[in-house]
Ligand binder design. Structure first.
Ligand SMILES: [Zn+2]
Length: 127
């Protein structure tokens, strides 16, 4: 099926997201067409703002909009404990449990000697 170029471009953009194939991309593109322009602009701004304003904490490597991140700035946390995690999603999952009050170190990957990934290959800031 031949779509007008703006719809094709929108579908192509959606297909860059994980788990979005052509069928879902088409459904989302047509959904966006039916949204109010203000809502679309707000959505687009949220995408751009997230990309521009988020960085990695220079202390722990967690994703943040302030550096050091809120966790590293929190003086009530136990600095004698460091939880080493694979990626920022792990920090968020740990924080949701509200049990852990220590610090974090985010590896941004996993050491996997079988795959030839040693500690030197892991970079602190992956992007
Ligand atoms: Zn931090």
């Amino acid at each position: 099926m031949h779509y007008p170029e703006p719809i094709s471009k929108l579908m192509d953009s959606f297909m860059k997201l994980p788990g979005i194939g052509p069928k879902t991309a088409g459904r989302l593109a047509f959904f966006v067409l039916n949204m109010k322009e203000d809502t679309v602009l707000e959505f687009a701004k949220a995408l751009v703002d997230a990309k521009r304003n988020l960085r990695f904490c220079t202390v722990c490597g967690h994703i943040t909009d302030i550096d050091p991140c809120q966790i590293c700035q929190d003086q009530s946390r136990d600095r004698s404990m460091i939880c080493v995690v694979q990626d920022p999603k792990d920090v968020i999952a740990m924080e949701k449990m509200r049990d852990y009050k220590g610090m974090y170190h985010v590896l941004h990957g996993a050491i996997s000697p079988m795959d030839g990934v040693g500690p030197r290959i892991l970079t602190f800031l992956p992007y």
